[in-house]
Design a protein around this ligand. Structure first.
Ligand SMILES: [Fe+2]
Length: 139
């Protein structure tokens, strides 16, 4: 599995959101390695399901925070950004379903989607809100 590494170029100019992106990347890496390193006393399938649960919870909170800021600062590209988040939630729902059927091995399709979606989304969508959020007082 290719390990994702957070880079300075991924910064969105708001430290709280950068930190959340770093934790998401960390969870994706944990998920990618979960079939090799199950938690003690858990099967790989249980470990994978547990990390996926944590990732989904964390991402839900993260999207809600971004959307809250976008509304608060009257961000012009809010609708398109929201649509991206919704597309992610739909896709990850389908891929999670497939993963549950695979049990002990992590789906390469799932990891590839996560790696690609997050880096793309941060670079092409999230970075567009930097000025609006900074002008609103976030740093
Ligand atoms: Fe976003």
């Amino acid at each position: 599995m290719v390990e994702l590494v957070w880079r300075e170029e991924y910064t969105v100019g708001v430290s709280e959101l950068d930190r959340q992106h770093q934790i998401i990347i960390q969870l994706i890496n944990e998920l990618g390695a979960a079939d090799q390193t199950p938690d003690r006393a858990d099967t790989p399938a249980e470990t994978i399901a547990g990390i996926l649960d944590r990732l989904t919870d964390y991402v839900t909170t993260h999207f809600a925070l971004e959307e809250n800021y976008m509304e608060r600062f009257d961000y012009g590209a809010y609708e398109g950004h929201l649509e991206e988040h919704l597309r992610y939630i739909r896709t990850i729902g389908d891929l999670t379903q497939d993963q549950m059927d695979r049990k002990d091995s992590v789906s390469a399709e799932l990891i590839d989607f996560l790696n690609e979606w997050w880096i793309n989304h941060i670079l092409s969508e999230d970075k567009k809100y930097t000025k609006t959020f900074n002008d609103g007082g976030l740093e």
